[in-house]
Design a protein around this ligand. Structure first.
Ligand SMILES: Cc1cc2nc3c(=O)[nH]c(=O)nc-3n(C[C@H](O)[C@H](O)[C@H](O)COP(=O)(O)OP(=O)(O)OC[C@H]3O[C@@H](n4cnc5c(N)ncnc54)[C@H](O)[C@@H]3O)c2cc1C
Length: 381
């Protein structure tokens, strides 16, 4: 049966995040972008509201919602500040989620609890200077030494990397038949040999923290391995197959914000003695924007609901991510066009939306990689 209604619980939760985003984040989002400042105070308020462990079970200190709950929260945050949306998405989707599924009871009690309570913010370190789309080609090594591993290498473009208390790190533990075996490690921030490198000066998402991480003989207890040795790639692929729904939700929220700004502007701005909204060219633009947004919303919510039903969602989450992340770029471009020259000026939110949208089709797998995932799933069927 197809049900397009959210539950009472989801609506109440979404409204709570919406109010928080409007009251606390919206007033400062533009300033955060201009100053490229990570909003520590916002994260602290989210911690107090239980918004740092949204879909982590109450047993481990989380709020116990499902994937759809997380997706709705990410969308609401992205409507006002896409930087905060990615910060929260990463903290949940690529750090808490894999610990929830693959962690030992001890790891869940220690790390999942610390993340869900907001004691630690989480980061996920896979990408390296020479390994992006080709994740299996990472060079970072983890060599077993008694009851620990020594990590050596450099990670790049790591969201939350400079502010995280815990980083989930991918490293090569062995090479078999010229194939690298990858394993995952939970690395605490104050571990000797772990160092935060340069902060990236980004085009958009300027209030999110994106840094290089350097590991030099960083000694991590063997008990901090997530999953078994050599299982890393499998865990990464399964994690990304769900986290991509979160990027679709970021795109969706941002696109809704851009449409809202365009609708307001078109009704206020007068040219040729009438509002822009009276011109059919503008009407058609907003009609297309709204239609594309609804299509992306259906793909995004469907992927989240299927995940909550325990179904395999690699194809569905890639479709949602591919479509929503490309849709948002068309929508922000149209929104800027409707603003005319003012859209190009920093005083207007659409200028920020335009820059923030660009990366959605790049991180957590580019559009090209999503097409590979989708076509492989189609051939498999
Ligand atoms: C703001 C930001 C935040 C990020 N956060 C994180 C994070 O928290 N953790 C993390 O680990 N990484 C993070 N990343 C890295 C991100 O996931 C990578 O940038 C992304 O996976 C692409 O890798 P790349 O940049 O090395 O591009 P490349 O892999 O070098 O790709 C370059 C181009 O070639 C294309 N291409 C590559 N291979 C193929 C192929 N087989 N077929 C067709 N086309 C192909 C790509 O689609 C792309 O268009 C972040 C990046 C950014 C910009």
């Amino acid at each position: 049966m197809v049900n397009f209604d959210f539950s009472e619980e989801h609506i109440m939760f979404r409204d709570m995040v919406h109010d928080f985003a409007m009251n606390e984040l919206k007033p400062i989002a533009g300033q955060l972008d201009r100053e490229a400042r990570f909003p520590v105070e916002i994260i602290s308020k989210m911690k107090d509201l239980g918004l740092l462990g949204i879909n982590t079970p109450e047993q481990y200190g989380g709020s116990g919602l499902d994937e759809l709950g997380l997706i709705l929260a990410i969308e609401e945050l992205a409507k006002v500040c896409a930087s905060t949306a990615i910060t929260i998405a990463v903290h949940h989707s690529v750090v808490q989620n894999p610990i929830k599924v693959f962690g030992t009871e001890e790891q869940k009690n220690t790390y999942l609890r610390a993340l869900a309570s907001g004691e630690y913010l989480g980061a996920f370190a896979l990408t390296e200077p020479n390994a992006g789309s080709d994740a299996a080609s990472i060079a970072m090594t983890a060599v077993r030494d008694a009851d620990s591993y020594l990590l050596n290498g450099t990670k790049t473009f790591i969201t939350n990397g400079g502010v995280a208390g815990l980083v989930l790190v991918a490293a090569v533990t062995a090479k078999r038949d010229s194939k690298k075996e990858i394993s995952l490690f939970l690395v605490e921030r104050d571990t000797p040999g772990f160092q935060v490198g340069k902060k990236e000066d980004k085009m958009g998402l300027r209030a999110s923290n994106t840094v290089e991480l350097i590991f030099e003989n960083c000694r991590v207890p063997a008990s901090n391995m997530l999953g078994r040795e050599g299982e890393g790639l499998k865990i990464l692929l399964s994690t990304l197959s769900i986290s991509r729904i979160g990027v679709a939700a970021q795109s969706l929220g941002l696109a809704r914000a851009a449409l809202g700004a365009a609708l307001s502007y078109a009704q206020e701005r007068q040219q040729f003695n009438q509002p822009l909204a009276h011109f059919q060219a503008i009407q058609f633009m907003v009609a297309d924007m709204a239609t594309e947004i609804e299509a992306a919303a259906l793909l995004t919510y469907r992927a989240a609901v299927l995940k909550d039903q325990g179904k395999r969602v690699d194809k569905e989450s890639s479709m949602a991510k591919l479509f929503a992340s490309e849709m948002v770029q068309r929508v922000v471009s149209s929104a800027l066009q409707i603003h005319g020259g003012y859209g190009y000026i920093k005083e207007y939110d659409v200028e920020r939306f335009y820059r923030d949208a660009r990366v959605m089709s790049i991180y957590e797998g580019t559009s090209e990689i999503q097409r590979i995932v989708i076509s492989r799933a189609l051939m498999r069927n």
